[in-house]
Ligand binder design. Sequence first.
Ligand code: UDP
Length: 362
Amino acid sequence: MNIDLIAGARPNFIKIAPLIDAIEQSKNNGFDIDYRLIHTGQHYDKNMSIRFFEQLNIPEPHINLGAGGGTQAEQAGAIMRGYEKVLLNKSTDLCVVVGDVNSTMACAIVARKMGVKVAHVEGGIRSGDMTMPEEINRIVTDSITNYFFTTTKLAGENLKKAGVNENAIFFVGNTMIDTLMKFKSSFRKPIFWDKLNLENQNYFLLTLHRPSNVDNENSLNNYLVEILKNTSDYPVIFPVHPRTKNTLNKIGFSNKRLFLTEPMGYLEFNYLTMNSKAVITDSGGITEETTLMGVPCLTLRDNTERPETVDIGTNELIGTNPEQLKLALTKILNSTWKKGGIPEKWDGNTAQRIVEILLKLG
Ligand code: UDP
């Protein structure tokens, strides 16, 4: 069986790394399985792409579509044109897409139209928020997917409600957690750790990149003001996503407790997560990682496609109301944040389960 593994953006690299390991292992054990790694080029620079290949030991992609930059439609269009050429040149048995980025949707569409089956890793999760580009990507991808690998039972329920046959749904767990568990012992201090006198639980970690939070100058400014107002005298470490950098440059915000840095490597970023007092974020993947590590997480969104991180884990939806943020940060400062548990099958063996199922599906 020949598989195309599609990866385009930062969270994709983290999700495909264990799949590559599991495929390699099966191949070495004599099973008929092989893959082509296709990097769409959606994220392409050192901080958002190359460093993840180095740190997570992901092999060089077999093909790079070089489809970075541009608007949503320009990017999706470039990825579709690129992947269509790849399939015309040499087709495959199965196209595996992960997550919810433009690369996920664009390659799923191309594959299905060219008669190639599609498997979606992390299928079925829903925020219900159609203003999120990612939600549109999820719905479009799932509407043409053949095999769904889900992170929770709820994701499977969402799919069944949308009319998907339950035989096509496989509840396997979370490949992002596979990566976290594999690399946890290699997490390492970022270079500024000592310079900033960081210690376990004496700082906050902040990430923001959702268009609804960072494209508007007022909204970004208000968040930063409220966060700094309610974090006592603790430093706030803020690795700035490229999308956020544009707005941040325009507002020129600075504060002596706010430490801005480039997007970080996986090993350093998760060292910071693991040791932080709390993480404040609008990321999806980070809410899963904080849940696994038992670190308090405040999500600056009104909804989440990962409700298990709230119902079982350490995450809370704070929304966009500054009063809520103040209340939540007070709980952190008083050490009265809830303790969390770990969702079912988030055990580090998900990629292996997926490959075993793929081999059976033949
Ligand atoms: N991450 C990282 N460095 C950073 C910020 C995030 O390595 O500076 C990792 C983080 O550990 C998680 C992933 O990037 O594994 C989350 O990606 P992102 O927030 O961009 O995407 P989302 O999960 O919201 O789709």
